[in-house]
Design a protein around this ligand. Structure first.
Ligand SMILES: Nc1ncnc2c1ncn2[C@@H]1O[C@H](COP(=O)(O)OP(=O)(O)OP(=O)(O)O)[C@@H](O)[C@H]1O
Length: 294
């Protein structure tokens, strides 16, 4: 059995003369929960749309559930749950009707789970789609995208319009999904704390390429901020191997490093008679340090 749910190699996508994806390499293993981070316009939604066959890739290759996304079979489509960044539904339908209508396409639709989510997320079954707020529409979009209990969840900023209670409830549902090692989730987000709570892996996208892909714990173990304080002034060109950013002010320095080198840190301690503090960073700080280093 293929253990990769998604694989892209050198994936490129251009709109006219503008190249948005410039060689994306990504592999999402079965059972992984991958959080896709990136600045506005980095290409996250475009990548997601290419993976779902909603956009045709310009060059390179992609497979999703072992198939070319542009010619995905009906069987593969039925195993994917997609929630777009902006949910478009028939405005004249009622909430219950839309759910019923969508469920009819999926023999494996989990009616009990959906009912539970509708109650949990306070959706009025008799409300017209046109009267829903942005957050309510996003909640409904999530139910419609996840109700058939897919094997692969692809969620484009699923929590962007949700209030804190909605976000907590969504994260709980995704955690539940991720307990099954057969399921994988790829979700884009700007909310790094959400990503830290549920992701096993992180993909950081910058300007059309994946700058980092790996296990979240590994990333947090390797990127550190180091504070050096010496009894004498530090040289202006003071640095550490793998530094992303260095700030030297007199006797002190703050260095963010991509990979901590403990041996070198010891040498710094001895050479400058310095105290050295190694600070763990949360994902938001790591993202900003990596971004600022570009
Ligand atoms: N259909 C299109 N035609 C032309 N350019 C497009 C099209 N779709 C997206 N783009 C451009 O591609 C770039 C990446 O857009 P995309 O929506 O993929 O970014 P994103 O990382 O999802 O951003 P955000 O975090 O703001 O949602 C942007 O510069 C956008 O203007």
């Amino acid at each position: 059995m293929n253990n990769e749910m998604i694989r892209t190699t050198g994936l490129r996508k251009s709109f006219g003369r503008s190249e948005v994806l410039r060689g994306v390499d990504l592999a999402v293993p079965r059972g992984a929960v991958v959080g896709l981070l990136g600045t506005n316009g980095a290409g996250k939604s475009t990548l997601i749309k290419c993976l779902l066959g909603l956009l045709k890739i310009t060059a390179g290759s992609a497979t999703v559930l072992g198939e070319d996304p542009w010619t995905l079979s009906a069987a593969a489509k039925a195993r994917i749950g997609y929630v777009p960044q902006v949910v478009h539904l028939y405005p004249w339908m009622k909430v219950a009707q839309v759910i019923q209508y969508t469920a009819a396409f999926y023999p494996k639709w989990d009616h009990a789970w959906c009912d539970e989510l509708v109650d949990q997320w306070d959706l009025d079954r008799s409300a017209s789609i046109r009267t829903l707020s942005t957050g309510q529409l996003q909640r409904l979009g999530l139910i419609l995208g996840m109700g058939h209990r897919p094997d692969l969840y692809v969620l484009d900023e699923p929590a962007a319009s949700l209030d804190p209670a909605g976000r907590r409830s969504l994260l709980r549902s995704l955690l539940e999904v991720s307990e099954d090692s057969e399921h994988s989730i790829l979700f884009s987000t700007h909310i790094t704390s959400d990503l830290e709570r549920i992701a096993s892996h992180v993909a950081i996208m910058g300007d059309g390429v994946i700058d980092y892909f790996g296990e979240l714990d590994e990333l947090k173990d390797s990127v550190k901020r180091i504070r050096v304080h010496s009894p004498t002034d530090l040289p202006a060109d003071f640095s550490l191997p793998g530094s992303l950013r260095t700030e030297v002010i007199g006797q002190s320095a703050i260095v963010a490093v991509a990979e901590i080198d403990n041996e070198f840190v010891d040498q710094v301690r001895k050479r400058f008679h310095a105290t050295v503090e190694i600070e763990d960073l949360n994902l938001e700080d790591i993202f900003l340090e990596l971004h600022d280093a570009q």
